[in-house]
Design a protein around this ligand. Structure first.
Ligand code: PMV
Length: 358
């Protein structure tokens, strides 16, 4: 699992990656951060990883398969500390420090707490929930789903009731609907299971056999990507030209199937070709951007086996597949081409190794 925490990295949570929030909640003026619990029960901590989509984004919303892997070294953490009620939520990165009843019920943080305690058949505990995350926001790395997953796990641990990954995934999916409108469910699935997955909407995820180590570089363009908007835009285009978009989605599905075979066989070269092809289809769909094309091109020129945008597009991140000897060169090229940040992650059968290259 992850080797790297990144204490230098800006703490960020993204409970507002979508329409319904966007305004900070500062809570009651009298509320004080809780700083200690002498003699009480110890705090409960739980975390969840980020994720990157390898192939199949957008088409996955329309029933085609997709492949995603967890970024186990980038994590959101939820810490529950005993605190006189009512349940209080602190997410300093987004300026939230409020009793639960003061948050709107459709606020993503309030929603995951409510859904989870209902599932556990318990009241919100007399506790302070603090959220910390090193997953950058609005960059297609799953920060919203990771925060929700960490909260669900922490509440389950508080009450000593185990929640299995499918249950956590289903709870988080409900919150993803606030962020995304019509999410396929891939983010909550890969994050709740924290395993590489082959995913088809509405079906249980299939584990993804990985025949050889995949060396990935994930580069953040630094341009925010609003998943809900891009997904809505694709929907309008699909409605205007259904035959064209269905054909594009079918082509993506063929690339995903070929990539799945390549991954199972440990054939990185073939996988890289499929990633390149998927990027071209995403361009045809209209979800790429100059900044993403520039990063993809730079990675390929520097020797990446394949590169593509990952996630909703228009901004966010690109993912490049490399042979280890080319990794430094590709990373340097991504930075020169404007990447705000680059992470390396190696995908094994299980678990993953992750390292921040800074
Ligand atoms: O959350 P993101 O930006 O990684 O994008 C999600 C992937 C999409 O296929 C574009 C949407 C979805 O719900 O699957």
């Amino acid at each position: 699992m992850g080797t790297g925490r990144h204490p230098d990295y800006v703490l960020a949570v993204d409970p507002c990656r979508g329409d319904p929030c966007g305004r900070p909640h500062t809570g009651d003026p009298g509320g004080r951060p809780y700083t200690g619990n002498p003699g009480g029960r110890p705090p409960v901590r739980a975390s969840a990883s980020g994720k990157v989509i390898l192939l199949g984004e957008h088409a996955v919303v329309y029933g085609r398969p997709a492949i995603a892997v967890p970024l186990s070294g980038l994590r959101a953490t939820a810490i529950l500390t005993p605190h006189p009620g009512p349940f209080r939520v602190q997410a300093p990165a987004v300026g939230i420090d409020a009793p639960l009843p003061d948050l709107p019920p459709d606020h993503p943080l309030a929603r995951i707490v409510q859904l989870t305690v209902e599932r556990l058949r318990q009241p919100p505990p007399d506790a302070l929930l603090r959220i910390e995350s090193d997953i950058p926001v609005a960059s297609g790395l799953g920060s919203g789903a990771a925060v929700s997953t960490a909260i669900a796990r922490a509440l389950a641990a508080w009450y000593g009731v185990p929640l299995d990954p499918p249950t956590v995934s289903a709870l988080v999916y409900e919150v993803e609907r606030i962020y995304h409108g019509t999410p396929s469910g891939i983010d909550n699935t890969v994050i709740a299971h924290e395993q590489p997955v082959y995913f088809v909407r509405g079906r249980p995820p299939e584990p993804l056999p990985v025949g050889g180590v995949l060396h990935l570089l994930v580069a953040d363009s630094g341009v925010p990507s609003q998943t809900r908007e891009v997904v809505g835009d694709v929907r309008r285009r699909w409605e205007a030209e259904p035959a064209r978009y269905e054909a594009l989605f079918d082509r993506v599905a063929a690339e995903v199937e070929a990539a799945r075979r390549a991954i199972a066989q440990g054939d990185a070269r073939a996988l890289g070709e499929r990633m390149d092809a998927n990027h071209e289809i995403l361009r045809e769909m209209g979800v790429s951007a100059l900044v993403l094309d520039r990063l993809v091109e730079a990675a390929r020129r520097a020797g990446a086996l394949g590169a593509k945008l990952s996630g909703a597009g228009r901004g966010g991140n690109v993912v490049a597949l490399v042979d280890p000897p080319a990794a430094d060169r590709v990373e340097a090229a991504l930075r020169t081409a404007g990447a705000a940040r680059v992470w390396r992650t190696d995908v094994f059968q299980q678990p993953q190794r992750h390292e921040d290259t800074k």
